[in-house]
Design a protein. Structure first.
Length: 670
C-alpha cells in the first residue's frame, strides 16, 4: 500500500498562517529600514526604490517525527524541528491522535521509553529529559544530561530506571525517576574511548546495559554497578560507522549496523557465539524481538523483515513505507506496528498479508497530530509561464507554494532535500541520507527517483546546473566517520550518474560552479561525526571533458570549507564557512578582492540581473567585483536547517528566501 500524502492541496496561505499563529497574509510586510545599509553601500538612488518584502507564510509546514514508543493501547511520537516540540499520543484502538503535549525545551526527541505509568522523551539540541504522567497528563522536565546536546536513545530497565545514550560526549546516563523523592541522574561515562555517539541503548533482565556507538561501530556491555565495559561486537563489524539499533531478548542481543546493513545476533551468555546476517540493505533502522522472531526494518528499501532465531531464516515480509526511516517497531497480538520519520504510523498483519493485504499506513497529521513550521532545508523557483512556484525542502517533505493559486501543499520526499535545481520541466533534488537524486515533475506534481550517487556518498551539499543544461553537478560528503567526498555528474537527459571520489584527499566537495568545460569545486574539511583529517580547504579546477582535476589552489588560507561558488562575467565568487567573501580570476588564479559577509551565518550566492547576490541568516546583499558588499535587506533572522539559500525569478527579478521560518518574496521595484 502506498503512503498517503498530506492533504494540503488547495489550502490557502491565509489558512496555513492561521495554523502557525501568524496574520497579514500577502501583505507587504517591510521595506529596507533607514540606516540599514553599511558605510560602503551604494546610495538608494543608485539602487532604485527600496525592496518590498511579502510574507508568503510558513516555508515548510509538517510534522516529521524522531522518537516513538508504545505504552498500553497508545503509541507515542515526538516531533522533529517544530517549536515547541510535540509529544503526541496516538490511540491504537480508534486510530486518532488524542493528545498533543507541548515540551518546553529542545527541537525534538530522538529517545523515548515507557515504564511505570510514564512516557519519557530525551531531547535535542539540549539533552533534556521530559516525563509524561499517563494518569494525570502532566508533562515535566526532569533535568539535563550534563553538557550533552542529544539524548539519542532511551531504554527502561525492569526496575524502572532509564538509560540514555548521548552525543557528542558518547556517554551513557542512568536516571532513577523516583530516587530520594526526586529524579537522580548518574553519568556512567563514555561508552568507548574517543567515540562521540551512543546511537542506541538497551538493557537486559540482569541490568546489563548495551550501548551501540558511532562513528566507529562498537557494542559495549556495561555493568552499571561496577562500571565494567566489554565490547561484544564481532571484530568484523568494527569497520561499520554505527551500531544503529540494539534490543535484548531472553537469550540474545540483536543489533543492526550502518552503512552495510548487517544484523548480528549475539549469545548473551557467551558473546563469542554470534551470527552475522547480511541483509543487502544500508541501515538497520529499528529492531524488536517477539518470542523466536526478530522483526526489523531497513533502508533504503523501507522493508520489514523477520529473522527466526531458531532456524536462522530471514524473510522479507513487506515494504511498510518505501524508503522511510523507521523510528520504532513494536509487536502485539501478532500485529507489527511501526512509526516512520515522515510522521506516519503503519501496521503489518501477517494474517491480512496472506489474504492479499497486510500493510496499513496512517498519516498522523490527518488524524490529529499538530503540524507546524519546520526549519527549511533548501529553496528553488519554478517558472511555469505564470507567477510560478516556489519549492522549499523539509524533513521528508517538499512544500510547493503555487504563487498563481495562492496555495501551498506538501509532498512526501525520501529524506531531506539539501539542494535543488530546476532542469527543464523538473526540479532535481539532492537528498540526504543516502545521497539520492530525485526530481519533482512540474506537470504531474509528483516526485520520481533519478538514481543514487552511490559509493560512500551520503550528504549532498551544493548543486549547480552546468550550461547549456546537459549536466548537473552535485558535491557530496561521505558517510559518518569517513573522511572525504565526491563530485557527482548527472546527465539530465539519460539520468546517468558518474561519481568522482576524493578529488582532494580527506575532503568533500562543498560548493560547485562551472564555466565552459571547467567545473570549479570548493572543498570542505568537515567529517560527519569525526575530527577532520585535512587542515585547509582548496579550490579545484575539474575538466568536464577529461573528467580530471587540472589544478588545485589554496585561495583563502585558513578556510575550512566553501559554502557556495558562482562564476559571473569571468570572475569566480565564493563564500567560506568563516564568512570570507572571495572574488578571483580563475584563469590566472589570482585574488581580485577579499571581504566578509555583512552579518549572520554564511549562505549561498546567486546571480540576479547582472549582479551577484549573497544571502546569510541575517541579510540579503549584493557582492561587488572587489568583494565589498551592499546590504539590500536586513533583519531576516532566517531559521535554516542548513546554510541559507535563495532562489531568483529571472523574469521579474524577485528573490525568494526565508525570514524566521516563513518564505518571503523580495521585489525590487526598479
Amino acid at each position: 500500500m502506498t503512503t498517503p500524502e498530506r492533504k494540503h492541496d488547495g489550502i490557502s496561505r491565509r489558512r496555513l498562517l492561521g495554523a502557525a499563529g501568524a496574520s497579514g497574509v500577502g501583505a507587504v510586510v517591510a521595506s529596507l529600514p533607514a540606516g540599514a545599509m553599511p558605510a560602503h553601500a551604494t546610495s538608494t538612488a543608485q539602487l532604485g526604490a527600496s525592496p518590498m518584502i511579502t510574507d508568503l507564510g510558513p516555508a515548510v509546514l509538517g510534522a516529521p517525527i524522531v522518537g516513538a514508543t508504545v505504552a498500553g493501547d497508545s503509541g507515542f511520537v515526538v516531533t522533529r524541528g517544530l517549536e515547541p516540540p510535540i509529544l503526541a499520543e496516538y490511540d491504537l484502538r480508534t486510530g486518532k491522535v488524542v493528545a498533543n503535549h507541548e515540551l518546553t525545551t529542545g527541537l525534538g526527541g530522538w529517545g523515548t521509553a515507557a515504564v511505570g505509568g510514564s512516557v519519557y522523551a530525551g531531547m535535542y539540541s539540549v539533552a533534556d529529559i521530559h516525563r509524561l504522567n499517563l494518569a494525570t497528563g502532566v508533562v515535566e522536565r526532569l533535568g539535563r544530561l550534563g553538557n550533552e546536546q542529544y539524548a539519542f536513545d532511551l531504554t527502561a530497565s525492569p526496575s524502572g530506571k532509564i538509560y540514555a545514550g548521548t552525543f557528542p560526549g558518547g556517554r551513557v546516563y542512568e536516571i532513577d525517576p523516583t530516587g530520594s523523592g526526586s529524579p537522580v541522574f548518574r553519568d556512567l561515562g563514555q561508552a568507548a574511548p574517543g567515540l562521540q555517539y551512543v546511537r542506541c541503548v538497551a538493557v537486559g533482565s540482569d541490568g546489563t546495559v548495551y550501548a551501540g556507538t558511532g562513528t566507529s561501530a562498537r557494542l559495549v556491555a556495561i555493568d552499571p554497578v561496577t562500571g565494567t565495559r566489554t565490547d561484544i561486537l564481532p571484530e568484523s563489524l568494527h569497520s561499520e560507522s554505527f551500531v544503529y539499533d540494539v534490543v535484548v531478548g531472553a537469550d540474545h542481543v540483536v543489533a543492526g549496523t550502518e552503512p552495510h546493513g548487517q544484523l548480528v545476533v549475539i549469545d548473551r551468555a557467551d558473546p563469542a557465539h554470534h551470527t552475522v546476517v547480511s541483509t543487502g540493505e544500508r541501515t538497520i533502522d529499528a529492531i524488536t524481538i517477539d518470542g523466536d522472531t526478530v522483526y526489523f526494518t531497513a533502508r533504503p528499501s523501507g522493508a520489514l523483515y523477520a529473522y527466526r532465531l531458531d532456524t536462522g531464516t530471514l524473510t522479507r515480509l513487506a515494504v511498510a513505507v518505501a524508503a522511510e526511516e523507521t523510528r520504532g517497531v513494536f509487536v502485539r497480538d501478532g500485529v507489527v506496528r511501526g512509526a516512520s520519520g515522515a510522521g506516519l504510523w503503519w501496521t503489518y498483519d501477517a494474517a491480512g498479508a496472506a489474504n492479499g493485504g497486510g500493510v496499513n499506513v496512517v498519516d498522523l497529521v490527518d488524524v490529529g497530530l499538530r503540524p507546524g513550521p519546520e526549519p527549511p532545508q533548501s529553496v528553488s523557483y519554478v517558472d511555469d509561464d505564470g507567477p510560478g512556484q516556489v519549492l522549499v525542502g523539509g524533513n521528508f517533505g517538499l512544500q510547493v507554494h503555487d504563487l498563481s493559486r495562492d496555495t501551498s501543499r506538501r509532498l512526501r520526499v525520501d529524506g531531506e532535500a539539501k539542494s535543488m535545481a530546476p532542469v527543464r520541466d523538473r526540479t532535481v533534488m539532492a537528498i540526504y541520507p543516502g545521497a539520492l537524486v530525485d526530481a519533482y515533475d512540474h506537470r504531474s506534481a509528483s516526485v520520481v527517483r533519478i538514481g543514487e550517487i552511490g559509493g560512500l556518498a551520503n550528504r549532498p551539499r551544493s548543486m549547480r546546473l552546468h550550461p547549456p543544461g546537459r549536466l548537473l553537478l552535485i558535491g557530496v560528503r561521505n558517510e559518518y566517520g569517513i573522511p572525504g567526498g565526491a563530485l557527482a555528474v548527472v546527465d539530465v537527459r539519460s539520468g546517468g550518474i558518474d561519481r568522482y571520489d576524493d578529488l582532494a584527499a580527506g575532503q568533500s566537495v562543498g560548493a560547485v560552479a562551472s564555466h565552459r568545460d571547467l567545473a570549479y569545486l570548493g572543498t570542505d574539511t568537515r567529517v560527519d561525526g569525526a575530527p577532520p583529517v585535512a587542515k585547509e580547504a582548496v579550490l579545484l579546477g575539474f575538466d568536464l571533458t577529461s573528467r580530471q582535476v587540472v589544478w588545485t589552489w589554496t585561495a583563502v588560507p585558513g578556510a575550512t570549507g566553501y559554502v557556495s561558488l558562482v562564476h559571473h562575467h569571468g570572475l569566480l565568487y565564493g563564500v567560506t564557512a568563516q564568512g570570507v567573501l572571495l572574488v578571483a580570476d580563475p584563469v590566472a588564479r589570482t585574488v581580485v578582492g577579499s571581504g566578509r559577509i555583512p552579518a549572520g551565518g554564511p549562505g549561498y550566492l546567486a546571480v540576479r540581473a547582472g549582479s551577484v547576490l549573497s544571502v546569510t541568516t541575517q541579510v540579503l546583499a549584493r557582492v561587488n567585483p572587489d568583494a565589498t558588499t551592499t546590504t539590500l535587506v536586513s533583519g531576516l533572522a532566517g531559521d535554516w536547517y542548513n546554510e541559507p539559500q535563495l532562489a531568483v525569478d529571472e523574469d521579474s527579478g524577485d528573490v525568494f528566501t526565508v525570514r524566521g521560518r516563513n518564505l518571503v518574496r523580495i521585489h525590487f521595484p526598479s
